[in-house]
Design a protein around this ligand. Structure first.
Ligand SMILES: [Zn+2]
Ligand SMILES: [Zn+2]
Length: 418
């Protein structure tokens, strides 16, 4: 195939059985969210570009990894790189702040970032996320984090680990920022090139650096700078999470890259992945909706989960619901009746298919072995008597039954749920 006809770089085709696992993961995430009262919201996959510019000005995503275009009407649009900004926009635009609070929402769908292609980093990836709007209380943070853990657990990774930190508020963070800049400024000649730039633009990100970890060890800890409200909020949250039975520990270096966080930031990991590796994360962003012309005070907390990443961790444990499939095989000349019997079975709620390749009966049985558990035979002597022969490919049990009793037999003798 010519290169120009191939899929764009950094994207993937998701084929069975992976597509089935994706679908199962989607079901688990959305079902789990609904048990917590988080209802799905679907926003467009593209937004007007200023939405993302406003929300994440100094982030890599917005600066270098945006898929933006101007449409024929001259409107600047961007494929959404993440879910949080779009949900904030929808909350404000639909006046959801007038509804009884909190508003619990979740979303699931494709996100787009022009990243450097590498393992598990796709330019189109799938994200599930939950957002809680309207509550300033630490119980809200706790609920969101417990939902994040529940999804991981339901997907097949028991005992997720929570790494937690607070990056303070507009009152206490500037003091910490200053102390951090002062500390790193003394070390600036030892810093990597990226960090020398970050020192001025986004000093909190210095703590994220994977190269300058030794320097970070002596860096000031934000805990010593928290104002009283921030300290109380953090204390209550960590107590609640511990009391819920979840594993939680403070990570003083956890800051997360995005500009819009306030107070709580967290990441969910798993013991099997090592103590620093994260599956995904989230946090509180009380000022976000306000930047999109929302009301003055609009507290919010949430997380976004990359589905490809989590699937790579749970794939082995993730069960796909099994369906008993029926193969309607036929003798030569009975292609039509075979197709119609399969259709009748499907209308009765069974999963059934027939041969469409003109195979011999022997070849059909081989084919049935690849895709089905039960074979129903159409044609021959029984067919003339209004009967069909049914065979289980698992235990070899075989029975003949009147055609109008086939469905009962499949339910009762073969225990197939339609
Ligand atoms: Zn504070
Ligand atoms: Zn660095």
């Amino acid at each position: 195939m010519r290169a120009e006809f191939q899929k764009p770089r950094g994207t993937q085709d998701i084929l069975p059985p992976m597509s089935l696992k994706m679908e199962q993961m989607r079901r688990i995430a959305l079902d789990c969210a609904q048990t917590f009262g988080y209802l799905p919201v679907e926003t467009p996959v593209f937004e007007q570009t200023p939405v993302f510019l406003r929300v994440g000005e100094s982030t890599d995503i917005v600066q270098h990894e945006r898929y933006s275009f101007t449409d024929a009407g001259g409107v600047e649009l961007t494929l959404r790189p993440e879910g949080t900004a779009a949900i904030a926009r929808a909350y404000v635009e639909n006046g959801m702040f007038n509804q009884p609070q909190p508003v619990r929402m979740c979303y699931y769908g494709p996100m787009f970032r022009r990243e450097r292609p590498q393992a598990l980093r796709y330019r189109q990836h799938t994200q599930f996320g939950a957002e809680l709007y309207g509550s300033v209380y630490p119980e809200a943070d706790a609920e969101v984090i417990l939902l994040a853990c529940a999804v991981v657990e339901r997907a097949g990774l028991p005992d997720p680990m929570i790494r937690l930190n607070s990056i303070g508020c507009s009152e206490c963070r500037p003091r910490y920022r200053e102390a951090l800049i002062r500390y790193y400024h003394e070390q600036r000649n030892h810093l990597c090139r990226d960090c020398q730039t970050r020192l001025n633009s986004n000093p909190l990100r210095l703590l994220d650096c994977k190269i300058d970890v030794a320097i970070r060890e002596q860096a000031p800890d934000i805990e010593e700078f928290w104002c009283e409200d921030c300290a109380t909020h953090y204390g209550k949250l960590t107590d609640l999470l511990s009391a819920s039975g979840r594993q939680v520990r403070r990570d003083p270096f956890l800051v997360r890259g995005l500009d819009y966080y306030t107070r709580t930031v967290f990441e969910i990991g798993h013991p099997s992945m090592g103590s620093q590796a994260a599956l995904f994360g989230g946090g509180r962003y009380d000022g976000l909706a306000t930047t999109l012309d929302g009301p003055e005070s609009t507290p919010a907390v949430g997380f976004g989960m990359g589905i490809e990443r989590i699937l790579s961790a749970v794939e082995q444990n993730l069960g796909i619901p099994s369906v008993t499939r029926i193969y309607v095989a036929h003798l030569p000349g009975f292609e039509g009746p075979s197709l119609l019997l399969a259709e009748q079975l499907r209308r009765e709620g069974f999963a059934a298919e027939s041969d469409l390749m003109g195979r011999s009966l022997k070849a059909q049985l081989r084919d049935a072995g690849r895709r089905s558990q039960i074979v129903v035979f159409v044609g021959g002597h029984e067919w003339e008597m209004d009967e069909v022969n049914v065979k289980s490919l698992q235990d070899g049990v075989q029975m003949t039954v009147k055609r109008d009793q086939l469905s009962d037999l499949l339910h009762q003798q073969f225990k197939i749920n339609s």
